[in-house]
Write a protein that binds this ligand. Sequence first.
Ligand code: FMN
Length: 456
Amino acid sequence: MAVDLRSFLNVLLEENELLAIKDAIKPQYEVTAVLSKVLAEQGGPAVLFENVIGFPGQKIVGNLLASRRKLALALGCDTAGLRDAYLDKRFKTLEPEMVSGNVPCQEVVYTENLDLPALLPAPIFHAGDAGPYLTAGVLMARDPVSGVLNTGIHRLQLKGKNRLGVFLASPPLSDYFKRAEQDGKALPVAVALGLHPAELVAAAVTIKKDLKSKVDLAGAMAGRPVPLAPATSVDLSIPALAEIILEGEILPGVREEEGPFGESTGYYFQAQSPVIEVRAVTCRREPILSVIMPWGMETEVILSAFSGAELWQELNRLIPEVLEVAFLPGALTFQGVIKVAPKLSNREIRRLIHLALNLDRRLKHVVVVDEDIDIHNPREVLWALATRFQGTKDLVCLPGLEGYSIDPSVKNGETAKIGFDATTSPDGPGSPRYRRLMFTEEAALRAEEILQRRKQ
Ligand SMILES: Cc1cc2nc3c(=O)[nH]c(=O)nc-3n(C[C@H](O)[C@H](O)[C@H](O)COP(=O)(O)O)c2cc1C
């Protein structure tokens, strides 16, 4: 298994999942236009930009986890095994290890006269964005009360030579900052860019009582404790194998306009956000800056891979007939699908819908389907909705719940959540009314044989 971003890029190259671009390219608008086009037309290989105008020697990589296959390659499992690989590691966390000697991410250290826009090829993503952004930065800080080190992915706007706007809406880091600020103190932070994919995706997991630190989870998922080293200018440990580290602190009592920025919803979003004052930048020689396209497959893969696993586990513990959970592509984990075994009554399905919509903060619409539906195929899910759902009796609507801040349809913090019972209950999927079209076994085999021969 890969140990860091560079060795993961070698894995992707061997697996024909890496597209290297040698053409000269501007970080302003062009990098992201290429990433978006590659995603749409080629199904999402990672893209390495080797010739970034204005930044000789530096590279940018994007679309790194823009498919479940690449995430599986990073975690050393196959796509179908992602859920169980994650749930297995979830409870076998590995504490990080402090390393001594050479620290790769501190090969080059900048502390004087910092100039972030000149140091980093941070892209401007979309027309209408307020400026250059870092989207794959893993923000790290210690809980001011317990001292636990934790992480989160948070968008960062380059706002000047040593200032970053940080959108801080998710725990645990939003809570850590609140605690520091209540005491009138700054929160020491680091931003790690260019990490092993396990360290990146672990940062997007929701912290729960049984999970102390996402750094320990990242170690388990990468198959080795996360190697940490002391930061150079703040009292914090940083991932030694990162490509780039920004060190600094979030200033107490400061809020500034941050954005507009084209968000993961597909719309622009701006906020009054806290500010990080950067004290030092350290990096490898010829560093690789990783970026995540906010709207598209990569954000969805990262958000859904493990929240789907957790939701399945929680629901399955309460209702064993829950077989599988997935999220509909293009809907940011706002729209989920749950596959259930037969025998659940409509009343039990209503209970399931209530549980799912309350357990998952982002989930806004949930469709429950029978076990004959392939829930990874949106066409099948839409077919179930079209033919097995009646709005007068199969709809559950829960108004007035807490909404997700970046959803533009949420007003005054409130959202309505909706569940669709698109099962065939009480008839059952095998009943005469719901008999699926099929071919004779012989014809199906014969078709397979003919088409196989054409491929050879
Ligand atoms: C690509 C990506 C970008 C994200 N950007 C932000 C962000 O800018 N601000 C934020 O508060 N959370 C952001 N998040 C969410 C957090 O990193 C992470 O999911 C959170 O710490 C987990 O808590 P939650 O699931 O309870 O929100 C992002 C997640 C992903 C996958």
